[in-house]
Design a protein around this ligand. Structure first.
Ligand code: PMP
Length: 576
């Protein structure tokens, strides 16, 4: 049995993590009977009480609209909102407050530049450069812009460690390159790009540079003037602030030249039906009532963050990453995705033969929150030829114990999926000696003998391991069952008077559910399939622990099974 061995590594950090954790109320909660271990910080970070209080205070004390009110509350709101902008300016190291535009987040910041910069500066035959490690939000806006303007999108590749190919970047930057948009820290790989050097290379060719700072903001000190980048986008929710707000830094002279992104209130100076003039920066780019409360709370998050020792945070997070990497590197079949020399607190990996969703589900059972899937970076997954990975991402409030719990849960997950001791001596799918009701009852009896979800889960995984692989001819688009979280193929055909189902998925837990369904519904007459309701499923004790996504998938599979049987019955009756 592979149990987790704790590495002996000494932490040098003097940060008082227990005290810091006190500031984050959510870290006190339990999930599935275990204290929460939150390792999904790259998706969004948790919020300190100071941020929650700032939101509460705004709504309970001075909620009102900004910039146009003469009354007291409006002035207070305006002052607090503009003070938040100043905090963002400080955080980014921008020269001028006019260079700080509030957005909904990085996605909107990039869309703003893609639209507005594109309108002004990009024309047919120009090139936009991005990289293979970009988040979808730094790919799709450029595709849309290139389509609109007749420009071409070029993609700088990464190497096997997940580092940017600087040699290729040098080659691909040409006089035609209008703009390079590049991530500072990759959310899927953790790779840290040498932005200063990249900006210098791009500027030498006359290209402007946008930096996607979504993942850098919580982990690295940022200084847009030192980096000399032209645009820098961040999201508040990745830096311990609320969702729905972020900021775009842009060099003033560029922003002055760019046309507005959206029209509406606040972004105008004078409006007549003949002609409208724009407000000054940054309001030219902020149409409509802004996200006032979240903007103010974003400022509170930056205040909180700034009080911590940023150098100590970076060092501590690096220690956590090293410790976590060591803790799980003994797992059989583990492959790390993203092993860049310069890396920030993201630990991505796959385990041979076990679907990322299966690992994520067991970690969740143990109260450990990680992200599984493609992390909105499908090209990265394609590069490593994997459908998705597991990603544990750390923040300074994560403790050494969090990593131990994560490692123990992961070792357990791998153990559950090993399948060495699964009884494969009996063909569980040969149910010809049972009626459909007897099969249902047998499965219900079996599941009633389990004491808890862990035993039921193990039983489902064992069943999944007995499911024969899906034949190649079934792995076709037309046999995919819609509405399932994982890819599920299902095909039905008649053999004599019996409907035979062939099915399978890329997640073992789903294969287990399929194995249950096939025992009941495969090798039956069409009437038996159509007329036997799936009520037995309710008696298996799965509903509490199966995620909503999985439960929906199960319902979709049952529906498809019934539809197939009904269609085959109709075909038979019409003699076709
Ligand atoms: N870029 C990167 C690298 C990210 O990690 C994310 C968020 N996962 C985004 C862009 C998009 O940020 P948002 O959803 O806050 O707009």
């Amino acid at each position: 049995m592979s149990t987790a061995q704790k590495p002996t590594m000494e932490f040098k950090s003097s940060l008082d993590i227990a005290k810091i954790r006190e500031d984050f109320p959510v870290l006190k909660r339990e999930v599935n009977g275990h204290p929460l271990v939150y390792l999904d910080n790259a998706a969004t970070t948790q919020k300190p009480q100071a941020v929650i209080d700032a939101l509460d205070n705004y709504y309970s004390q001075y909620n009102s609209n900004v910039h146009r009110g003469i009354h007291r509350l409006s002035q207070e709101a305006t002052d607090a909102y503009e003070a938040a902008r100043e905090k963002v300016r400080l955080f980014l190291g921008a020269r001028d407050i006019k260079e700080v535009i509030f957005t909904r987040g990085v996605t909107e910041g990039i869309n703003l530049v893609a639209f507005s910069f594109g309108e002004k500066f990009v024309s047919e035959g120009d090139e936009i450069l991005i990289t293979e490690m970009e988040h979808h939000s730094n790919i799709v806006p450029w595709q849309l812009m290139c389509e609109r303007k007749g420009a071409t999108l070029q993609v700088v590749p990464i190497n096997e460690r997940g580092e940017l190919r600087m040699d290729k970047l040098e080659e691909m930057l040409t006089e035609r390159t209008k703009l390079l948009s590049v991530v500072h820290v990759s959310n899927a790989l953790g790779s840290v790009n040498p932005i200063g050097e990249i900006v210098e290379m791009a500027h030498a060719k006359g290209a402007k540079v946008l930096v996607d700072g979504a993942q850098a903001a919580p982990h690295l000190p940022i200084d847009v003037q030192a980096l000399d980048c032209d645009f820098y986008a961040i999201s508040s929710h990745k830096v311990f602030g609320p969702t729905g707000i972020g900021a775009l830094y842009g060099k003033r002279e560029l922003l002055e030249e760019m046309p507005p992104y959206q029209g509406g209130g606040d972004m105008i100076e004078l409006v007549s039906f003949e002609r409208t003039t724009w407000n000054e920066l940054p309001y030219k780019f902020e149409a409509g009532t802004p996200n006032i409360a979240d903007g103010i709370a974003f400022g509170a998050a930056l205040d909180y963050f700034r009080k911590l020792d940023s150098k100590a945070l970076v060092d501590y997070e690096n220690e956590l990453l090293t410790y976590a990497t060591e803790s799980i590197s003994d797992l059989p079949g583990i492959r790390f995705i993203g092993t860049a020399e310069n890396k920030a607190s993201v630990l991505g990996f796959v385990v041979d033969g076990i679907h990322a969703h299966d690992l994520g589900a067991i970690l969740d059972m143990e109260g450990v929150a990680v992200r599984v899937g493609h992390h909105c970076a499908q090209p990265v997954m394609r590069h490593f030829e994997i459908p998705g990975s597991v990603r544990a991402s750390f923040a300074f409030y994560n403790s050494r114990e969090d990593v131990d719990r994560f490692s123990a849960a992961l070792h357990k997950a791998v153990e559950i999926h090993k399948g060495d001791d699964v009884a494969k001596d009996r063909d569980i799918f040969d149910t010809s000696a049972e009626t459909i009701q007897e099969t249902q009852q047998r499965i219900v009896d079996k599941f009633s003998s389990y004491d808890n979800w862990e035993e039921r889960y193990q039983a489902i995984i064992d069943l999944g391991q007995q499911l024969p692989p899906v034949p190649e001819e079934v792995k076709q688009e037309k046999f995919i069952v819609r509405g399932c979280q994982s890819t599920v193929y299902l095909k039905a055909e008649m053999e004599g008077d019996r409907v035979m189902f062939k099915a399978g998925s890329n997640a073992m837990i789903v294969n287990g559910l399929i194995a249950i369904l096939l025992q009941v519904y495969s090798n039956r007459t069409t009437d038996e399939v159509v007329n036997t309701p799936p009520e037995f499923i309710q008696k298996l004790g799965l509903s509490e622990n199966l995620t909503q996504g999985r439960a929906n998938g199960l319902a979709a599979m049952i529906e498809q099974i019934k539809l197939y049987a009904y269609a085959l019955k109709m075909t038979r009756q019409s003699g076709r």
